[in-house]
Design a binder for this molecule. Sequence first.
Ligand code: HPA
Length: 267
Amino acid sequence: MPRIAIIGGSGVYDPSLLSNVREQAVETPYGKVKLKIGEYEGEEIAFLPRHGEKHSVPPHKINYHANMWALYELGVERILATSAVGSLNLDMKPGDFVILDQLMDFTKTRHYTFYDGEDSPHGRKFVAHVDFTEPYCPELRKALMSAAKELGFNYHPTGTYACMEGPRFETRAEIRALKVLGADVVGMTQCPEAVLARELEMCYASVAIVTNYAAGISREKLTHTEVMELMEKKGNELKLLLMGAIKYIPKERRCPCKDALKGATGE
Ligand code: HPA
């Protein structure tokens, strides 16, 4: 039973550092999810490429509910995710890793909760308002930082991520506005993924990798090709960072994530 999962974002489609990899399909109330389970240093790890194995699912079409429910169903307690981002902060350069600590949601068409009251397609027919003051698990963030330090990688210990609807890139005015609001990086996938993890009391942290300067900061036209090229270059380091973090994850959870539903349902 894997207790740790990796969600690979753009450019991270295969679990190459895992051994004895097997495929597994998990039925969920939101649809079926196919993922891989392998081993790393004696620990079972689940691997799920968020956009599919060939980047065939755009950010607004990802079945975030099915993905997160499937991991929960497997017994996963901790999730390490990756995400490609544009940078609004000149200190965060293409190629840098950012261990995200904050999140702002500007998506428009997504479904943001598992708890739809009577309409929930599973047994939890309640409403929940989870605390999301700290959207990322402090224990997992610490593990990622320890690994980044050990590996000598260039990383930023904090960063605020603005999640946009996409799939288009932003306008210059949108990026200017996001900068005023305090965003460091911009991407399209952390919402609702991070909050759905919290709603199932799974720990979640994300390493963003800067693939480009955001619209208007970069003088060049933004292309998905440049995003993929940078991911190709840094993909291996990113995997080393995720795997390197595993040994720093404490066996027992002492973070607040595991009790996210306590007090959230009004009971
Ligand atoms: N904007 C939104 N998402 C992204 C970007 C960007 O500039 N780069 C990589 N993902």
